[in-house]
Write a protein that binds this ligand. Sequence first.
Ligand code: C2E
Ligand code: CA
Ligand code: CA
Ligand code: CA
Length: 279
Amino acid sequence: ARELGGGHYQFYTPEMNSKAFERLALETDLRKALDRQEFVLYYQPKVDMQTGQIVGMETLIRWEHPDLGTVSPAEFISLAEETGLIIPIGEWVLHTACKQNKAWQQAGFSPLRVAVNLSARQFRQTDLVATVARVLHETGLDPEYLELEITESIALENADRTIATLNELRTLGVRISIDDFGTGYSSLSYLKKFPIDTLKIDRSFVREIDTNLSDAAIVTAIITLAHSLNLKVVAEGVETPVQQAFLLKQKCDEMQGYLFSRPVPVSSFERLMAASTKG
Ligand code: C2E
Ligand code: CA
Ligand code: CA
Ligand code: CA
């Protein structure tokens, strides 16, 4: 710490100060972003490995910042989480995704399941189940077309409470998916206790599937494990035909990644759906 005189100390270097300042500015803007309608949802297709057809999509939020341009969730979700803003933002995401999915069904697209990410704080909020039930009611979406993605570390934070929450969500008819599988805890015993439907293999294992023997072994093991527990398995971050071929050979059910499509806005997703059902 540097003495500034008068008993005042400056604890931060100029760079840290400007980081802290940037963060505060971002927080100020984040508080206004919902009201200013600066958030947009992108959708990334999940594709059946056998048929190549789109079978669902993941909802991914983007922030169209007036000065900074598009801000990725990696840059603001943790801030939203720390400030509690994730609660209203998360509810907006859930509502908008369900409403959009219902609109697509009403427009005649074949019904698909929409996945929405839940952060730790959202998952722990006491009225989560009531919120999900209300959103489904408000939007008229059949619960079987909603899937909630939670990470392994969130699920394991308080296992008993997680099981209770997941059971209530399941009773609503909603699907549950474990996101970023393999990156969290080493204990697998929770898998038999948790009422879940799907494991999503983290991108970090898929990336070097064709060059790294350990990654290939881990992916193969996860697929076998999932199937023996009657769970569906989805690979994320599939970018190359070689990765796709490996996953197909190992009987992975679905894939998601740039190879098929990046996350895209509504109108582009409609074109993808139209092309997928024709084929
Ligand atoms: P995630 O849930 O693991 O989402 C997958 C991320 O991988 C997305 O990044 C997606 O754009 C990216 N991705 C998909 N395919 C590929 C690929 O083939 N290659 C590569 N390199 N990347 C791929 P994105 O959209 O930046 O989102 C980052 C994270 O932010 C998400 O990770 C999720 O944890 C969080 N997030 C996004 N939207 C929401 C939301 O609405 N609510 C909450 N709570 N979190 C969200
Ligand atoms: Ca996810
Ligand atoms: Ca993921
Ligand atoms: Ca991830």
